[in-house]
Design a protein around this ligand. Structure first.
Ligand code: NDP
Ligand code: ZN
Length: 365
């Protein structure tokens, strides 16, 4: 066992506070990672506040984790001590169902689907028989912590061209936006609309542009219009009804990152014939969609969840190759409660990333 410390919430309206706990030693096939940086995803806030109704407390978030391998269990071949590595939203899956066999672990159909990096149930059925982890808790603890132990198959290589604090958000925001764009075939010359200019929107716009698409960002915030243009994207105020109406039937693909229930009908109207709007933001029932508009132009409204391990490696390598990455604001963990408020108010530009050195200092003090 290794002594660890992290920041966790004790109930749905509590602030995150330090929590001491223990991580298991790495077993066969697992690596221990000293966490250096961890991105702050809006999902962390939904989970801490129990907005999906499934949070187990204490809740220690963090699924955009970058650090160095400090120990490797027996039979580990993919990573070695000293490697810079990453952990995204999943740390295991059933490994036997059809999606797992087809390397789409993010659509695992096992008894509890994939095992989430935090708030995952610590019951054997949630894990593959090969990796019966026994962390001695009811739920998994994520990367707002000094150390994490993960099955090596779910650990990513961080390309040396990416700074670790920049690589961190690619592990969720990057792959969540890359995977649907790849699945729905975004290609050079396509017109792509991105709705919501936060952590996911920033990555989506940069990735779509690097794929050769012409990008339009939809934002509620006037002050973000100029920032979108800096990325080489067109920018439209989503509240500007005239601008929105002028874009009828103009996009080959749209990605919606708005974090709450909202009306997607204005965006469906903007899709070209046969095109898809993939909603990754609101993971809840949407307002009713006008099926006449969909049927008359064979349009689709779809959803998508994170991305596979292979796609996560692919998007890290793609970002390194194209010299792109998220805009990050590095913070000490002691500022996390304030950072959550800023994210909720759409103030972050565009991803907070926690520097875990701040937590090690707190542990040492
Ligand atoms: P952010 O808060 O960083 O960005 C969301 C952006 O959406 C905001 O910056 C704001 O942009 C816009 N927005 C916020 N509230 C509203 C609203 N009420 N109406 C319209 N627009 C709004 O969040 P993230 O990018 O980190 O995450 C976005 C969502 O995606 C979250 O719900 C998260 O849980 C989810 N998610 C889903 C995943 C999946 O696999 N499907 C994986 C990861 C995250 P602007 O100011 O430009 O309007
Ligand atoms: Zn996330």
């Amino acid at each position: 066992m290794t002594k660890a410390i992290g920041y966790a919430a004790n109930h749905s309206f509590s602030r995150l506070k330090p929590l001491e706990f223990e991580r298991d030693d790495p077993k066969a096939g697992e690596v221990e990672i000293e966490v250096l940086f961890c991105g702050v995803c809006h999902s962390d806030i939904h989970q801490v506040k129990n907005e999906w109704g499934n949070t187990v407390y204490p809740c220690m978030p963090g699924h955009e984790v970058v650090g160095r391998v400090t120990r490797a269990g027996g039979s580990v071949t993919r990573h070695k001590v000293g490697d810079m590595v990453g952990v995204g939203c999943m740390i295991d899956s059933c490994r036997h169902c059809e999606p797992c066999r087809e390397h789409e672990e993010n659509y695992c159909e096992g008894p509890n689907s994939w095992l989430a990096t935090y708030n995952g149930p610590m019951v054997p059925a949630a894990m593959s028989p090969e990796h019966t982890n026994t962390y001695g808790r009811d739920n998994t603890y994520g990367g707002y912590s000094t150390v994490i132990v993960v099955a090596e198959d779910f650990v990513l290589r961080i390309p040396p061209a990416l700074k670790p604090e920049v690589a961190a958000p690619i592990l969720c925001a990057g792959v969540t936006t890359y995977s649907p764009m790849k699945h729905w075939g975004v290609k050079p010359g396509h017109t792509v609309g991105i709705i919501g200019f936060g952590g996911l929107g920033d990555m989506a716009a940069k990735l779509a542009k690097a794929m050769g698409a012409e990008v339009t960002l939809f934002t509620r915030s006037e002050e973000k219009l100029a920032e979108a243009e800096k990325l080489g994207a067109k920018a439209v105020l989503s509240t500007d009804k005239t601008a929105v109406a002028a874009l009828k039937n103009s996009f080959d693909f749209m990605l919606d990152t708005v974090p709450e229930k909202h009306d997607v009908n204005p965006y469906v109207a903007m899709l070209k014939r046969n095109a898809t709007l993939a909603v990754v933001g609101a993971l809840e029932p949407l307002a009713p969609v006008n099926n006449q508009e969909r049927a008359m132009h064979r349009k689709s409204v779809a959803g998508s969840i994170i991305g596979s391990i292979a796609e996560t490696q692919e998007v890290l390598d793609f970002c390194a190759e194209h010299g792109i990455g998220p805009d990050v604001q590095v913070i000490p963990i002691q500022q996390i409660n304030h950072a959550y408020k800023e994210v909720e108010h759409g103030e972050v530009r565009f991803r907070y990333v926690i520097d875990l050195a701040s937590l090690k200092q707190e542990q040492a003090a």
